[in-house]
Design a protein around this ligand. Structure first.
Ligand SMILES: NC(=O)C1=CN([C@@H]2O[C@H](COP(=O)(O)OP(=O)(O)OC[C@H]3O[C@@H](n4cnc5c(N)ncnc54)[C@H](OP(=O)(O)O)[C@@H]3O)[C@@H](O)[C@H]2O)C=CC1
Ligand SMILES: CC(=O)N[C@@H](CCC(=O)OP(=O)(O)O)C(=O)O
Length: 342
């Protein structure tokens, strides 16, 4: 019998992308679709690309509406997931696309999100060492932020093999869907088109502690990240350019071998052939992450670059991948590997 899934925040970008993927998933059926200000609207007016759901109506996000489902995805603004999750039974699999349960250190949460810490759930980045095992059988999943997904995949093999120093510099470009659907003046088409702009400069972006949290256990000690996000004039995609000083003894051969070993058998992460570079267009609509790494011998630095679709591997695809693991289903079920090109 199909597992019944509800999506809270179904009118948003994250919720909409979860639904796009789940509509092709053989083991689930779509139950309640809930939201906030748009509750009562016909779903086809909110997410017109999701044709099979066009005649549905968006319901309010209440415990009553969400009751009676096997799985509930949350695509709600930060700070709203805990109250909703509390009202759901321990037997329900809750997959939170928001940030509320990602961070382990309450001080990090309070500093970057400015509210009380709700707690910590198993973290949905299966490729990180040890994480797949922690996701098996869990009833609660914290889906990673989109930038931490791209950056952690690019850097963790270098840390696992102890080939880089523990300070990394990351500059990443994101498509505008990363900021959600709510209207923001700096995201108006006339502001974004034909321009790239930095934001959250100087260590202020809330994804910085999440990246350090992911890399520290792999590195065997604290990792400091200098992170600069930039907004790119495209709807989807993240290109993360990460670099760290090479440790003595790091060679191009050792580097490549470390990445080959780290990604061996991973269904969604591909180390590109030497000389080929990740580009966001290759992963548009796909759950794949493309990675390349080189040793810049002139500067003595390792450069690792990754490309993901922020809404797929960076949110909804990562969420469904982790759901599959939690349920004991094949990890790739319902997830596109091919992108859309041109
Ligand atoms: N966009 C991205 O790339 C990523 C997003 N995420 C996370 O996913 C979550 C959603 O983000 P995103 O989809 O981009 O945001 P959107 O602004 O696109 O969507 C927000 C959703 O939340 C609903 N909502 C807002 N306020 C309330 C409320 N008070 N009660 C119930 N529902 C409410 C909205 O409903 P309505 O339309 O009816 O108001 C809408 O469905 C966030 O926590 C974000 O951090 C995670 C990774 C990446
Ligand atoms: C382009 C853009 O604005 N991106 C968002 C990150 C999107 C994401 O993953 O964020 P959550 O942590 O909210 O889940 C930002 O920088 O705030």
């Amino acid at each position: 019998m199909a597992l019944r899934v509800a999506v809270a925040g179904a009118s948003g970008y994250a919720g909409g992308e979860v639904l796009r993927l789940l509509l092709s998933h053989p083991e689930v059926e779509i139950g309640a679709l809930t939201g906030g200000s748009n509750a009562g609207a016909v779903f086809g007016t909110l997410q017109p690309h999701l044709l099979p759901l066009a005649d549905r109506v968006l319901e309010p996000t209440t415990p009553e509406v969400l009751a009676g489902h096997d799985i509930v995805f949350l695509g709600l603004p930060h700070g709203q997931s805990a109250a909703v999750a509390e009202a759901l039974g321990d037997d329900v699999l809750v997959v939170d696309c928001g940030a509320d349960f990602r961070l382990k250190d309450p001080a990090d949460w309070e500093r970057f999100y400015g509210s009380a810490h709700a707690g910590t759930w198993p973290y949905g980045l299966p490729e990180l060492p040890g994480h797949r095992a922690a996701l098996k059988g869990t009833k609660r999943i914290a889906v990673p932020g989109c930038y931490p997904t791209a950056v952690s995949l690019a850097l963790f093999p270098a840390y696992a093999a102890r080939l880089v120093e523990t300070e990394a510099v990351v500059v990443a470009a994101s498509g505008t869907s990363g900021a959600g659907k709510a209207v923001k003046p700096h995201l108006l088409g006339s502001e974004v088109m034909g321009s790239m702009s930095p934001y959250g400069v100087g260590g202020g972006h809330r994804h910085t502690p999440e990246m350090s949290q992911n890399l520290a256990p792999v590195a065997g000690g604290p990792v400091t990240i200098s992170f600069t996000p930039t907004l790119a004039p495209m709807p989807r995609g993240i290109l993360a350019t990460c670099s760290a000083k090479a440790r003595p003894g790091t060679t191009a051969e050792r580097l490549r071998a470390a990445y080959q070993e780290a990604f061996a058998g991973e269904p969604f992460v591909r180390l590109l052939p030497e000389g080929q570079w990740p580009q966001t267009s290759s992963v548009y609509g796909s759950n794949a992450a493309l990675v390349q790494v080189v040793l810049d011998e002139h500067a003595g630095r390792v450069i690792a670059i990754s490309a993901i679709d922020n809404l797929v591997k960076g949110t909804a695809g990562g969420a469904v991948q982790s759901m599959n693991i939690a349920l004991g289903l094949p990890e790739e079920l319902g997830l596109p590997l091919n992108g859309v090109a041109p």
